[in-house]
Structures are given as structure tokens and as C-alpha cells.
Ligand binder design. Structure first.
Ligand code: THU
Length: 133
């Protein structure tokens, strides 16, 4: 798996962030087992609550293109801030359904591309899922 390529994709798409209200740019990327990369950035709205985080934009873009949970090898979230950022609660819930629980998640931040490696299961323990319905 080409981690550098995955990070570059998240970094690049963060530049497309539509965030005139928060001015907080985020990019997300995922790579499939076939090596195909999908990207997404955060997209805000004057009605603030309608903002879509980068993580969900990326996952919805991939799924819309026909990608399935088991096709996905790794997920990456990038913020240019110099501190670690990790996904919000809503995104963790969506990630827990659309990614395998053992899928690697790379949180990348800052000028030096600092990397914090985690997994979907670690980000959301005791998950509520379709099996609970
Ligand atoms: N945001 C993301 O896109 N991903 C995160 O992991 C944290 C927050 C976005 C939502 C909103 O557009 C801005 O960052 C500030 O919360």
C-alpha cells in the first residue's frame, strides 16, 4: 500500500475545502485493494449544521462510484493544522458502517506530515450497528 500516495491525495483535496465559515480545511482519502484512490473535502453552508466533513464526502464519493467496505484498504484524514485532529462523532459512526473495523486510519497533520495510526474499531468502541437492530 502506497501510504505516501494516500497522504498526498488527502493533502491535495484539502485545498478544495469549501470552508468560508470555519476556515478549517480538511481532506480525506481512501485507497482500495486495487490501488484506486478516492478523495473528499469538507463542504460548509451558511446554514452551519449542513456542513459535510471531509471523511463523509470521501466515503460517500467512493460508495457512489461502487466501492464496497471490503474493497477498502486504508483511510486517511489530513489537516494542515500543527496539532492532531481526529474525526467527529458523526463521522466515526459513518466510518464504522462503511469501513471494516480493522481498516487502518491515518491521521496526518502539520507541515511535516506527522502521522498517527489507528483503526476504525479504536476510534469507535462499543459501536451501534445494523446487528443491534
Ligand atoms: N471537519 C472535518 O471535515 N473533519 C473533521 O475531522 C473535523 C471537522 C470540518 C467540519 C467543518 O467544516 C470544519 O471542519 C470545522 O468544524
Amino acid at each position: 500500500m502506497d501510504l505516501k500516495k494516500l497522504i498526498m491525495a488527502a493533502k491535495k483535496v484539502s485545498k478544495n475545502s469549501y470552508s468560508p465559515y470555519s476556515k478549517f480545511k480538511v481532506g480525506a482519502s481512501l485507497i482500495t485493494k486495487d490501488g484506486i484512490i478516492y478523495q473528499g473535502c469538507n463542504i460548509e453552508n451558511a446554514s452551519y449544521g449542513l456542513a459535510n466533513c471531509a471523511e463523509r464526502t470521501c466515503l460517500f464519493t467512493a460508495y457512489s462510484a461502487g466501492v464496497k467496505k471490503n474493497d477498502i484498504m486504508a483511510f486517511c484524514i489530513y489537516s494542515p493544522k500543527e496539532h492532531l485532529i481526529s474525526p467527529c462523532g458523526a463521522c466515526r459512526q459513518v466510518m464504522s458502517e462503511l469501513l471494516d473495523k480493522n481498516c487502518k486510519v491515518y491521521l496526518v497533520y502539520g507541515k511535516k506530515d506527522n502521522i498517527y495510526e489507528t483503526t476504525v474499531a479504536d476510534l469507535l468502541p462499543l459501536t451501534f450497528s445494523s446487528e443491534d437492530l
